[in-house]
Design a protein around this ligand. Structure first.
Ligand SMILES: [Zn+2]
Length: 114
């Protein structure tokens, strides 16, 4: 279980340091099913990285109001953990879950006060 939690932490805080969620899940779904309670396995299967973040929040490792870093900065979707496409320099689109993020001109994306 610890190696799974370690992946979750990195995938949330520094997504480029680990493989995207789909690759990790394909290799580790069996391990997750064996080592996590069923409710958490189902949560991870359906919510992906968002589910992983919720598990770490329940454990007190991330604050309840934690917001993932901007996909403009990480190049990775904060919801499902897949790599995103940056379109026109102003929009991020996740090809897997369809999540989008817009960069507001004049403010640093994801920075303090954004
Ligand atoms: Zn996504």
């Amino acid at each position: 279980m610890d190696e799974c939690l370690d992946y979750f932490r990195k995938a949330i805080a520094d997504p480029q340091s680990v493989p995207p969620w789909s690759e990790w899940w394909a290799a580790n779904a069996d391990l997750v099913e064996r080592t996590f309670p069923l409710v958490d396995y189902v949560r991870l299967k359906h919510r992906k990285l968002l589910g992983a973040r919720q598990i770490l929040q329940y454990r007190g490792e991330f604050p309840e109001d934690y917001e993932p870093r901007s996909a403009f900065v990480t190049g990775s979707c904060g919801q499902c953990g897949e790599r995103v496409e940056i379109v026109g320099g102003t929009h991020v689109i996740c090809p897997v879950c369809g999540g989008t993020e817009e960069r507001h001109v004049g403010k640093p994306a994801g920075g303090p006060g954004a």
